[in-house]
Design a protein around this ligand. Structure first.
Ligand SMILES: C[S@@+](CC[C@H](N)C(=O)[O-])C[C@H]1O[C@@H](n2cnc3c(N)ncnc32)[C@H](O)[C@@H]1O
Length: 148
């Protein structure tokens, strides 16, 4: 995931639900200059992520909090490994908050289809990686958005 060409021009990354920091570790290896942030609401798992990243040269900014309340408007890329329930809950937040150039990447489970999201499917071993960008409002098909 970390070496996807779609992420080539991204500098600020957030892993929503960063767990113990596996995706962050891959990003840290692939993009040593990147500014990484992780949000994890389980305090025990959060501690493990803190411990894992202690000695990293470019330490990520970690927060023990709910990803649904975190401001995601400033990131170049949003990554995650979300179960389908969270994918569905995240879509409105992603569409509403991310900046137009933001690249959204999820591992294993796709986001539910939405006219405001352009999807690319990248096969990666046994699972896929799903890459999304926001469809600009002038590109939206009025027949699929319900507007006149
Ligand atoms: C499948 S794991 C993600 C693994 C992680 N990305 C990694 O690289 O190791 C999903 C994580 O999301 C966390 N999580 C679930 N709901 C959350 C929420 N509302 N806010 C923050 N973290 C959440 C879980 O505690 C779990 O650690």
């Amino acid at each position: 995931m970390a070496r996807l060409p779609q992420l080539q021009n991204c500098y600020t990354f957030i892993d929503l639900g960063c767990g113990t920091g596996t995706i962050l570790a891959a990003l840290h290896r692939a993009k040593p200059q990147a500014k990484l942030t992780g949000v994890e609401y389980n305090p025990k798992i959060f501690k493990l992520a803190q411990w894992r990243t202690t000695w990293w040269k470019n330490k990520p900014d970690l927060h023990c909090t709910d990803m649904f309340t975190w401001d995601i408007s400033q990131y170049d890329a949003i990554v995650g490994w979300w179960v389908p329930k969270f994918c569905a809950q995240l879509v409105p937040k992603l569409i509403q908050e991310v900046k137009p150039s933001c690249v959204m990447v999820c591992y294993m489970f796709p986001l539910p289809k939405h006219p405001a999201l352009h999807e690319q499917i990248i096969p990666a071993g046994h699972h896929n990686i799903y890459v999304y960008t926001k469809v600009q409002s002038h590109q939206l098909n009025p027949n699929t958005t319900g507007s006149k």
